[in-house]
Design a protein. Sequence first.
Length: 318
Amino acid sequence: MAVSRQTSSARADRPAPPGRGSRFGQVSGGRQNGYGYLFFAPFLLVFLIAIAAPLAYAVHLSFFQDRIIGGTVFVGLDNYRRALTDNLFHAGLGRVSLFLVLQVPLMLGIALFAALAIDSGRLRWAGLFRIGLFIPYAVPSVVAALMWGYLYGRRFGLVARIGEWFGTTLPDLLGRSWMLASIGNIVTWEYVGYNMLILYAALRTVPDELYEAAVVDGAGEIRKAWSIKIPALRQALLFATVFSIIGSFQLFNEPNVLQSLAPSVVTTSYTPNMYAYNMAFNGQQFNFSAALAVVLGAVTALIAYTTQRSAIRRERTR
C-alpha cells in the first residue's frame, strides 16, 4: 500500500510532458506556425504582386471604356459582349485550337518515345542524346523563331536551296497553307526536350522490382514499356498535357516574329494573344484588350481544368 502511494506521488511530482494541453506545447506549436507563415510569405508576396494584382487590374479595366467625349466611363459587360462576338477573335481562337489538337499530341508522342528509348538502356550515348534534345529548350523562343524563319525563306533559306539542289520547288513554308505547321515545327523543336525530361524523370521512379518480375515472366522491352512504363507515366503525361494546353493558347512569340517575314499571312490577329497585344499597344484600346485577355484566360483555364478532371475520372474508374 505504501509502495503504491509512493508511486502515485512520484507520478504526480513529475512535470507534465509538452503536449496539447501544456503551455509549452502551445507556444512551440505557435512558433512552428509562425515559421511556416514566414517561409510562405515571399511566395505569397510575389504571387500577389506579379499575378493576382495584374489579373485584378485587367478585370477592372475590362469594365470601362475610354471615350473622346466623357473620358473613361463604366460600360459593364459591353467589352465582353464585343469580345465574344468578334470574328477576328473567333478566328484566332479556332487557329490555336487547331494548333493544340495537332501539335500537342505529336510533341508529347515524340517526347514519350525519346524518354522510353533513353530509359531502355539500349541507346548508345544516352546522356549525349538527352542533352542534345534538351538544348533547344534553352534557346529563347524569339531566337528560335528567327532561326527557323530564315531556314523557311524561299529566297534565302535552306529549304529553298534544298529544292534547287534537287531541281524542284518545295512548298512555301511561310505561305498561308503551311504557316501553322511551320510554327508547330518550331514549338515542337523547342519543347520536345523539356517534356522528354519530365517523362524520363518519372520513369526513374518506377521500382526495379516491377522490371525484374516482368523479366521473370518473359516480357520484352516493348511489353515492359506498354504494361509498366506507360501506365506509370499517366500523372507526368497529364502534367505535360495541361501545360501544353496553356502554352498553345498563349502562343505569341513565334507568330509575332514570323510576321515580319510573312506580314500578309501572319496578321495582327493571327492568335488571340497577338490580337489582344495589338489592340492594346497599336490600337490604344486597353479596355477591350483587357476583356480579350480575361476571356482567353477563362477559356484556357476551362479547357485545362476539363482535361485534368476527365483524366482523374478515368483513373478512378480503372
